[in-house]
Design a protein around this ligand. Structure first.
Ligand code: CA
Length: 228
């Protein structure tokens, strides 16, 4: 699935090369040539992942990563640090600041793709194309198909994303605000009761194969998908 990736890199040639590779892989790239510029991108809308150069003019990549990790709103955004070979010893520090991974320059487009995919799979599994299955209900992000016990289930785009998010985060309770953030997108101003409307539609689509029972209401808190 294409991700919105913020690339913070001050060297124009490297920025261009990485952005080109990411776009080739189907991602949408937001560019910044300093941590300060990266901050303002993040303030405007949360990216799905940040590729962050270590050595930047002004605020360093490390400081930027620390800020991302210490803010409630941005804490969950995966960060991959880009380092030069001479900075290898600093990597440990990078991981301590909360970066999810690091990649040493120069790297191949394939290596970059593999790292991005691995980090998204770990931190944001709803962003990947992996088929998910819970109790006979399967969802394939690559083909956009949902099946209940082998029968095709027709879902609207929002219900599809909602179900995908639930299936990749089973057994956890999500508040309406969290669902809005993850499924509708950050900074999208929709009322919380919109979530209830789409939950109702999702359940009714899942009724035919009785998978509606997987979507549970947790009183006073929100919703969860539970196979227990
Ligand atoms: Ca640099």
């Amino acid at each position: 699935m294409p991700a919105n990736i913020l690339l913070v890199e001050d060297e124009p040639a490297i920025q261009e090369l990485i952005a080109f590779n990411l776009q080739q892989a189907g991602h949408h790239v937001l560019r910044a040539d300093s941590a300060e510029a990266g901050m303002s991108v993040v303030r405007n809308a949360l990216p799905d992942l940040i590729l962050l150069d270590w050595m930047l003019p002004g605020m360093s990549g490390i400081e930027f990563a620390k800020k991302i990790r210490s803010d409630e709103r941005t804490r969950q955004v995966p960060v991959i640090m880009l380092t030069a070979r001479s900075e290898e010893t600093d990597k440990i520090n990078g991981l301590e600041t909360g970066a999810d991974d690091y990649i040493t320059k120069p790297f191949s487009p394939r290596e970059l793709q593999a790292r991005i995919k691995a980090v998204l799979r770990r931190r944001a599994p709803q962003m990947t194309d992996d088929l998910v299955e819970v109790k006979g209900l399967s969802l394939d992000p690559a083909t956009h198909r949902v099946n209940g016990n082998g029968q095709p289930i027709d879902l609207g785009p929002t219900e599809f994303r909602l179900l995908h998010f639930f299936m990749t985060h089973p057994e956890r309770v999500h508040s309406r605000a969290q669902l809005l953030d993850h499924v509708w997108g950050d900074h999208v101003f929709v009322e919380e009761r919109t979530v209830d409307v789409h939950i109702r539609r999702l359940r009714s689509a899942l009724e035919a194969t009785r998978h509606d029972a997987l979507i549970q209401t947790v009183r006073g808190t929100g919703y969860r998908l539970s196979a227990l």
